[in-house]
Design a protein around this ligand. Structure first.
Ligand code: UDP
Length: 250
């Protein structure tokens, strides 16, 4: 896989961000590191980063076609996504269609309970405070975002949920829940950033409800990369696989 000969701006848990020759663009490198349990469980899984970059690119393209503003520009090499530079808002915006994960641990929902309308909630992206759940008042008091921005985040998240749920269902997958991160561009527009991949979504087979996402890793089971590969096979055409270097992922 090609080396990146650029200045590193930021290293996250699973992605690195590099400067580019353009002020308003950054290069995101999807790494093979995978973490869970608030960073307490870590591993490196070969090909994971490249597969997530492919899946994110395809889903961002679907959203762009639906008129959603995203930071995605192009997948320029395996695991290397060129994006618009954003001032990120430190919120993890979580949207749920079916009860799973922390919702079941914290509240008396039934397993696999359908959530209609979908639930949207906000976690503070802050390792020191362990990503606590926020409400609008706390977000406003901390100065994380304005009410106008929060309202726009909710509206965009619902549109993204509708668009991706429809697309994924047509390809045999249920979008159970997912996490989004937003930022502001140079003109102050709200833009979808980060990634949308099996690391940040729950994806279940529409018929069997088998899962193809990070829950496999959270549970300590084998077959994480194989499951992510299945998602690629389900949602990309052969032509798109060619365009996104899937045959070069080693
Ligand atoms: N999620 C994420 N990053 C986080 C927390 C959650 O990407 O830091 C995603 C997670 O993969 C799932 C959804 O958001 O698709 C809801 O996660 P939940 O709160 O159930 O988290 P869990 O504790 O089960 O990871």
């Amino acid at each position: 896989m090609s080396e990146i000969n650029k200045e590193l701006i930021y290293a996250g848990k699973a992605k690195d961000v590099y400067k580019t020759d353009k002020d308003d663009e950054v290069l995101i490198k999807f790494r093979d590191d995978i973490t869970a349990l608030d960073g307490g469980k870590k591993e490196t899984l070969s090909k994971k980063g490249a597969l997530n970059a492919v899946i994110s690119s395809k889903l961002f393209e679907i959203l762009v076609e639906a008129g959603v503003r995203t930071q995605y520009v192009d997948l320029v090499a395996p695991a290397q996504m060129l994006t618009k530079s954003l001032k990120m808002i430190p919120l993890e915006v979580i949207c749920r269609n079916i009860a799973a994960g922390s919702l079941l641990r914290k509240y008396p929902f039934e397993e696999k309970q359908e959530l209609n309308p979908p639930i949207i909630s906000f976690d503070y992206k802050n390792d020191e405070y362990h990503d606590p759940m926020l409400n609008d008042s706390i977000i406003l008091a901390l100065g994380i975002a304005t009410q106008e921005t929060l309202d726009e985040i909710r509206e965009m998240t619902l549109k993204i949920n509708e668009t991706l749920s429809k697309f994924l269902k047509e390809h045999g997958l249920l979008l159970v829940d997912f996490k989004l991160e937003y930022g502001l561009d140079n003109e102050g527009n709200l833009v979808l950033g980060d990634e949308i991949s099996p690391d940040t979504t729950r994806l279940w087979d529409v018929d069997t409800l088998e899962n193809f996402d990070k829950d496999i890793f959270r549970k300590g089971e084998e077959g994480v990369v194989e499951a992510y590969k299945t998602v690629v096979d389900l949602i990309l055409t052969d032509e798109e696989k060619e365009k996104f270097y899937v045959n070069q992922i080693e």
